[in-house]
Design a protein around this ligand. Structure first.
Ligand SMILES: O=P(O)(O)O[C@H]1O[C@H](CO)[C@@H](O)[C@H]1O
Ligand SMILES: O=c1cc[nH]c(=O)[nH]1
Length: 236
């Protein structure tokens, strides 16, 4: 039990999917898991445990942004002994190479957040994904012919920008493919506590072309994303 989580010890599986949206957590649990049970509803940041292809797995919402995500990840790893964390998120494409509906596998996550500055000063830490999870996700995405990209994410603290193309231009010129808001702290905390983490993000809109996913495509790409993330989480 923690201030943010009413689950008991043993309620979470060792592998946990992490969507930002609590309703995505519920949808994943109800759509894909066998025998899902609610393990956390504090603040409506829903968490469920069930099984996928016979293996135990949980899904826990993180809320939006790094401070919220850091709380859930810290507690999952240090209190509930979670070992594998796979973010299942949405993201905004930062280059025309990345189309809406594509999947971005975040090899690393830059950030404008101040969270790591004092921890690593005078260095700038480069948060990076677990290589085994990343390799497994690439292999599984290739086997399913999912349109995917491996590259950098940027975990931004600010969602709305007057001129997003300009804001992210330099990052995009350095192979940062998409913006979201959580992967950087996920990777940092996983490294700190000896867990494995990967962020897998569907591209829901492109900040350069302003193209957005339509509701039907959004649902089917989230479906593919969830199945891929579940396989990676329980098999890698
Ligand atoms: O769809 P989720 O997983 O919440 O991810 C993205 O969507 C939210 C912003 O709309 C942020 O949390 C961002 O990272
Ligand atoms: O543009 C976007 C889309 C999803 N998530 C973000 O943080 N930004």
């Amino acid at each position: 039990m923690t201030p943010h989580n009413e689950a008991n010890s043993g309620d979470y599986a060792e592998a946990v999917l992490l969507p930002g949206d609590p309703l995505r957590a519920k949808w994943i649990a109800e759509t894909f898991l066998d025998a899902p049970r609610l393990v956390n509803s504090v603040r409506n940041c829903l968490g469920f445990t069930g099984s996928w292809k016979g293996k135990p797995v949980s899904v826990q919402a993180t809320g939006m942004g790094q401070p919220s995500t850091a709380i859930y990840v810290h507690e999952l790893v240090t209190v509930y002994d979670v070992k594998t964390l796979v973010r299942v998120g949405t993201s905004g494409g930062l280059t025309t190479k990345v189309k809406v509906r594509d999947i971005v596998l975040g090899a690393a996550a830059s950030t404008d957040s101040a969270m790591n500055i004092s921890v690593f000063a005078p260095y700038t830490y480069a948060p990076f994904a677990d290589f085994g999870l990343l390799r497994s996700a690439v292999e599984k995405a290739e086997n399913r012919s999912l349109k995917h990209h491996v590259g950098g994410l940027v975990s931004g603290d600010v969602f709305y920008h007057d001129n997003p193309a300009e804001t992210y231009r330099t990052l995009a010129e350095h192979n940062v493919l998409a913006v979201e808001m959580e992967a950087s702290t996920l990777y940092t905390l996983a490294a700190r506590f000896g867990a494995r983490a990967l962020a897998i993000c569907a591209v829901s809109d492109c900040l350069i072309t302003r193209e957005e996913i339509d509701p039907a495509a959004r649902q089917s790409s989230l479906h593919e994303l969830a199945e891929l993330a579940l396989d990676v989480a329980v098999e890698a």
